[in-house]
Design a protein around this ligand. Structure first.
Ligand code: FAD
Length: 416
């Protein structure tokens, strides 16, 4: 394909859109980011902050499917399948079953592993460009278990798992005694994973760097249509000038791309968190996963956050308060040193049924790029995604083979 030229419109100002917009601006494009989330409520600003390079195995797997009965919310677990949203999750689940077939899982794992291997070096380059070294803390994370039986099963599972370029070690009894939420039966410490120290500061730093590189922002809701074989953007109904476009709109990317003729079987995998400012959480502790409760606790610069749940539903339907109540029950049961009042948040992971992101250049309208569907790994993969998007725009070499991430894997749909 020809290198893209002209002013680049990025639809979506989450972490994937901002990291990609910045990479494009630094490559010489005049970038405008369109976003409709002035309150910064999107998944990018409420996630667990974990740079999770160890999560190499796509969740579209037989292991996930077999664990589903005990992971149901009704059974005390973290997976929500709201009956009212069955039209969403049933077709998604059928596609997930197909993607979990051993041959497809193996291909997906190789593709995701390749991308994750590039994630940390890309983050280090991005942090250097932002001149904000304190934002990235490469100090690992912990996985802890309360029960001896879950500890043994968890240990064995991590020992058998492909964790890519990540590494972990056992913890000493003295280390475990210092962990909040006792008694802890066992815990492992990943040594080369990382955390973003402050998501709000990351947002501000990305925006400032983008403006300093000549980028600009417009607030409002964008739509896409095809005119004379090219994708064109409307902002709140008004047609914008022609030029290349990047769709990085998280869980709402499918609605944008459907009129272009792409088939995008995306679902909102909704997660919930609680945050509090009043706490005695150790300042130097990296994120901890309490695996038998499926929660992750992260200390940020100005708060501590407890996050969990995967609820398959529409992005925009109301949150379920029972999820926050369950989180509060976990905090109390573990005796975590956190004091309310808690602020409550729900946000949507953008997830495709094979648990691989969609990153590529449209085969239908060549002025269109896309980068979304990063599921549980959007923060982790945002920096490398930005670098890949800039390479795709310039028709230059990418650090990994892009075929597994093409939207063409889902086929196309007839346009009206
Ligand atoms: C509880 C929870 C914990 C998580 N923890 C981690 C973690 O520890 N590590 C990790 O790597 N990932 C984590 N994730 C996943 C990660 O947050 C997401 O994958 C990532 O934020 C997706 O980023 P995005 O930019 O693609 O989408 P989003 O953050 O959803 O941003 C998309 C933006 O596009 C805007 N938009 C959408 N449509 C339009 C439109 N038509 N016009 C204009 N603007 C539009 C939206 O308003 C939004 O601002 C977690 C997610 C959740 C929910």
């Amino acid at each position: 394909m020809q290198p893209m030229q002209g002013k680049m419109i990025v639809i979506g100002g989450g972490v994937v859109g901002l990291a990609s917009g910045l990479a494009l601006a630094r490559a010489g494009y005049r970038v405008t980011v369109i976003d409709d989330d002035p309150a910064r409520e999107a998944a990018s600003w409420g996630n667990a902050g974990h740079i999770a390079i160890e999560q190499v195995a796509p969740l579209a797997s037989w292991a996930t499917i077999c664990s589903l009965p005990r992971r149901r919310f009704a059974a005390g677990g973290a997976v929500g399948l709201p009956p009212a949203a069955w039209r969403r999750w049933l077709p998604f689940g059928l596609r997930l079953l197909g993607a979990a077939r051993p041959a497809r899982f193996a291909v997906g794992k190789m593709a995701l592993g390749g991308l994750l291997a590039e994630a940390m070096p890309a983050w280090q380059r991005l942090i250097q460009a932002l001149r904000e070294p304190d934002l990235l803390r490469i100090d690992g994370h912990l996985v802890a278990w309360s029960g001896a039986d879950t500890a043994e099963a968890g240990w064995n599972a991590w020992m058998a798992a492909d964790i890519g370029t990540a590494a972990f070690r056992d913890t000493s009894a003295a280390e475990r005694a210092c962990l909040p939420g006792g008694p802890i039966a066992d815990a492992i410490r990943f040594t080369n994973t990382a955390q973003i120290a402050d998501l709000g500061a990351l947002d501000r730093a990305l925006r400032a760097a983008l403006m300093a590189s000549g980028g600009s922002f417009r607030a409002g809701r964008a739509t896409l249509e095809t005119i004379d074989g090219a994708a064109r953007v409307r902002l709140d109904g008004a047609l914008l000038a022609e030029g290349p476009v990047l769709v990085a709109a998280g869980a709402r990317s499918g609605a944008l791309l459907t009129p272009i003729g792409h088939r995008v079987p995306i679902i909102a995998e909704r997660g919930y968190h609680l945050r509090c400012r009043d706490h005695d959480w150790p300042a130097d502790l990296p994120p901890i996963v309490y695996e038998d409760r499926s929660i992750i606790v992260t200390r940020y610069a100005d708060c501590v956050q407890v996050a969990s749940f995967v609820e398959f539903a529409d992005a925009d339907t109301p949150a379920d308060p029972a999820k926050w109540e369950r989180l509060e029950a976990h905090v109390a049961a573990l005796g975590l040193p956190l004091r309310g009042p808690f602020t409550r948040w729900m946000g949507a992971r953008p997830t495709l049924p094979d648990y691989l992101p969609a990153i590529g250049r449209s085969a239908r309208t060549p002025n269109l790029l896309y980068a979304f569907g990063h599921q549980h790994l959007g923060l982790t993969l945002s920096a490398v995604t930005g670098e890949i998007v800039a390479a795709l725009a310039a028709d230059a070499a990418t650090p990994v083979a892009m075929a597994p991430f093409s939207l063409e894997r889902f086929g196309s749909r007839k346009t009206i």
